[in-house]
Structure formats: structure tokens, C-alpha cells
Design a protein around this ligand. Structure first.
Ligand code: FES
Length: 93
């Protein structure tokens, strides 16, 4: 089973990680498990969400962004590039 990690540690939690987690639980397809985690090392740019299967790190997530990401990435298999963390996923040339 694939997993989506949602950091629930300090700064991500303060920035709404619990609502992000709830949105993903609601819209992720059944074969994807949404897993709360501790700090993922990217504090201050959260809430951080990781699609483990594709090694994609999303930053500054909100419930609305989470619903879109679930549809396009988790269901449609196409990452939402504008939501990816720019330090880990630098924009192409
Ligand atoms: S608190 Fe979420 S990445 Fe550190």
C-alpha cells in the first residue's frame, strides 16, 4: 500500500497540518494510506506532505491544495508541480 505522509510536528501543526490531513483522508483513493508523522526536516515551509511512492515533497499545503493534489497526483498520477517544494524539486530550465 502506498503512503502519504503528513507532518504533524510543531510548525506544520501550527500552520494547519491537521486540516490538511483530514482533507487528504477524505479525498485520497482507498489504496493510499494517509500517515501522520513527526518532523520531516522542512520546518517553516509546511504543512509538509510527502507522496512516498514518487518521493514528492509538497510544501505550504492547505485543505484546498490537498484536494487538488489528491485528484491530480494520487488519482491521476500527475504531480502538481507548482505545489512541490522548490528546494527539493527545482523548476526545470
Ligand atoms: S515541523 Fe513539519 S517539517 Fe518540521
Amino acid at each position: 500500500m502506498s503512503e502519504v505522509w503528513v507532518c504533524q510536528f510543531r510548525s506544520c501543526s501550527r500552520d494547519g497540518a491537521e486540516m490538511v490531513s483530514a482533507a487528504l483522508q477524505e479525498s485520497a483513493p482507498p489504496h493510499i494510506q494517509v500517515v501522520p508523522t513527526g518532523c520531516l526536516g522542512l520546518c517553516g515551509s509546511g504543512p509538509i506532505v510527502v507522496v512516498t511512492e514518487d518521493d514528492c515533497f509538497y510544501w505550504r499545503m492547505t485543505p484546498a491544495k490537498s484536494h487538488r493534489m489528491a485528484q491530480e497526483h494520487l488519482v491521476g498520477r500527475s504531480p502538481v508541480t507548482e505545489y512541490l517544494h522548490p528546494r527539493l524539486h527545482p523548476p526545470g530550465p
